[in-house]
Design a protein around this ligand. Structure first.
Ligand code: SF4
Length: 492
């Protein structure tokens, strides 16, 4: 059963202190392992934050990041509770594959899960032996659960899943037991040089309700700020460990524009050479145009934005809050202010036609964005996870058939089988081309050839003059809503 909890912050703080006191008494018996299966190549804030809370409460805490480390008996055998962070589809699929091995290595441990994908897949996860499921601002609940475990409770399951939307008291993330920053994704500049990246969040959740977004079923239009002093101390500790660039992982950096500005001003004053990137939605770029010169002058060199489609009727179904014309306006604004824009897309939806797909490729070329679009973006198919607002649309519109536990999403089949075939072909071709080391322009031209051939037309390749400039990129090119690869599933 899932319930929502929303209490005032004062009550929350008092409760936390009580919980921490009782946790202290148990700390000699409780050993916590926090596992992140995958977090887009980032050193996970979502592990470092509860690690700080558990450490402060006196528990022995170890973090394991399966994108960098293997499961080991040495870490897992003494564990009394293992928390797995399920931030996205790829992480959840890896966690499910890893669960039997975790249980074998830590036979007496309770297994708990948290993150966006945890509460929406509650029953599925419980059926696989998960004892407790946490959602939203869950650190206090995780601590309380751990503190509630007594010697008599051999293996207590927490049968109620609470999506907690109370404010928590944030601490400076404890990153000590995570792999070094240089092991994680780096910023690659157009000249090929690299910068070590640090990673932090200034907010969690989102105030928007885009239909396809996995944040929405959990946060339902709420977002929470991480206090500026905590964020700045987190940046400071990562700069001390070598970070030359900060990647902000907020679902949207301008959900709280004044909060973002306060942090950036202080960060830039203290570390003027530090560059940064963030995710900002089209609607916010248009709403806060005065932010662009400020971002550029304070070291922002890359903004990622979720465009999803260049067809208004598809954007309306996704409830994205922008139009195709507004996307083009944003391209002009970002060019004017000399900030690189990395647009992301969901090209294959139940409403995409083959002409829509070719139109998307043409618009990307006309706007000189070929070098700005990660090729995997051109092969993505809409995911409909549990709890998705897309399920509010009539089934005839979404073409949804049933829930597929293997993929943790609802199956949908395009009315035109040619589209599903095209997506498969493009996905395979793109994966191979990336492995073969082809350039973004070569991959784009290959994709365009496949798409035009499907309509019986030949394509003239786009030349370098029209591909646009290379932009800074993250060396980890995976995308949060993509299906995991075989290699990722076997990573642990
Ligand atoms: S897609 Fe982005 S803006 Fe929309 S609800 Fe999700 S996080 Fe918020």
């Amino acid at each position: 059963m899932t319930t929502m909890k929303n209490t005032c912050s004062t009550t929350c703080l008092i409760e936390t202190t009580d919980k921490q006191d009782s946790a202290q008494n148990l700390s000699d018996k409780q050993r916590i392992v926090l596992i992140s299966p995958y977090d887009l190549g980032r050193q996970p804030f979502a592990l470092a934050e509860p690690a700080a809370l558990f450490s402060q409460a006196g528990y022995e805490v170890k973090c394991l990041d399966l994108s960098q480390q293997k499961l080991t008996t040495e870490v897992l055998a003494p564990a009394t509770t293992v928390f797995l962070y399920l931030s996205m589809l790829t992480a959840t699929r890896i966690a499910i594959e890893a669960m039997p091995r975790i249980k074998k290595m830590a036979p007496q441990a309770r297994i708990a899960v948290f993150g966006w994908y945890a509460p929406v897949n509650e029953q599925f996860l419980r059926d696989r032996g998960v004892d407790a499921v946490f959602g939203g601002e869950s650190e206090d609940d995780m601590l309380a659960y751990t503190a509630s475990i007594t010697d008599e409770d051999d293996h207590p399951a927490r049968t109620e899943t609470v999506i907690n939307l109370s404010r928590i008291k944030f601490l400076v993330p404890d990153r000590q037991s995570l792999p070094a920053l240089e092991k994680y994704a780096q910023l690659v500049l157009p000249d090929g040089s690299r910068r070590i990246m640090g990673f932090t969040d200034t907010t969690r959740g989102c105030k928007h309700l885009c239909r396809h977004c996995p944040v929405v079923p959990v946060y339902r239009g709420h977002f929470y700020v991480v206090p500026a002093d905590i964020v700045l101390e987190d940046i400071r500790q990562q700069v001390a460990k070598g970070a030359q660039h900060i990647s902000f992982g907020d679902p949207d950096f301008l959900n709280g524009p004044r909060h973002a500005r306060r942090i950036i001003e202080a960060m830039h004053e203290e570390f003027p050479a530090l560059s940064y990137d963030a995710v900002i939605k089209i609607e916010h770029i248009i709403k806060y145009p005065e932010f662009l010169p400020f971002l550029r002058d304070s070291g922002c060199i890359l903004v990622t934005t979720a465009v999803e489609s260049v067809e208004n009727r598809i954007l309306e179904r996704l409830d994205k809050g922008h139009t195709a014309a507004e996307f083009e306006m944003v391209v002009t604004m970002m060019n004017k202010h000399n900030i690189a824009l990395a647009p992301t897309f969901i090209p294959f939806t139940p409403w995409t036609t083959i002409d829509n797909y070719i139109n998307l490729l043409n618009r990307i070329a006309e706007l000189k964005l070929i070098m700005s679009v990660n090729p995997v973006q051109l092969s993505l198919r809409l995911l409909i996870p549990n709890g998705s607002r897309l399920l509010e649309l009539p089934k005839e519109e979404t073409c949804v058939t049933d829930f597929n536990p293997a993929s943790l999403g609802y199956t949908w089949v395009h009315k035109d089988p040619q589209l599903d075939l095209l997506q498969e072909n493009i996905r395979h071709w793109t994966e191979k081309a990336e492995n073969d080391g082809l350039s973004r322009l070569q991959i784009f031209n290959g994709i365009r050839r496949i798409a035009l051939k499907a309509t019986g037309r030949n394509a003239l390749d786009v030349t370098e003059d029209h591909s646009g400039n290379s932009i800074p990129t993250h060396s980890e090119s995976w995308y949060c809503c993509a299906e995991p690869t075989e290699q990722q599933l076997a990573s642990f």
